[in-house]
Ligand binder design. Sequence first.
Ligand SMILES: [Zn+2]
Length: 211
Amino acid sequence: MRQTAARPKTRRTLRPTAVGLVVVAIIGTLVHQPASSPAPSFSEVLRGDHGGTTTEADGALTEADGALPDGVAVFDVQYPGVANLDPELLRALRGAATDAADDGIDFYVNSGWRSPEYQDQLLREAVSEYGSEEEAARWVAPADTSPHVSGDAVDIGRSDATAWLSEHGADYGLCQIYRNEPWHYELRPEAVNHRCPRSYADPTRDPRMQR
Ligand SMILES: [Zn+2]
């Protein structure tokens, strides 16, 4: 329903919004960025803003596991985290990114394909952060059900890019799946003609996560 509500906005209205977001981001940085999320540190991990600490934590994970440095584009296939994504998802992302660039917006891949080992580590970190497996499951799936491990999901930044995708993503078959993860996108080809399916509140509501 929220996709429908957002629809009437045009690209014309997006431009000042994007500028506003950038200004807010700059001011936020200058003013020491207050913690805006209830779980900032793990949210940062999910968004890929962790400066490499995730991969350094156990010393074993590398770019071969899907770890990505900052500033990776959807065209940067030298990184397995991008190259191992489903080819159709990647094609849709590149089409969207190319058109978003016309609006002055860059897409960044904060996380894409992940090895099962990488996913397991993220899950361990989430359990540690949230204190229970039950709460962690709202944010991180186990390796055997994670759409990141199968190459079917991508976490996009920054906020101007996710704002652009929430407006235009369905035109490319790109849909937000979880309401608590505005950066997580997957391919739903039928969305091109029928709009995105209703999103789940969080991954625990996703039938794919039921084992
Ligand atoms: Zn994701």
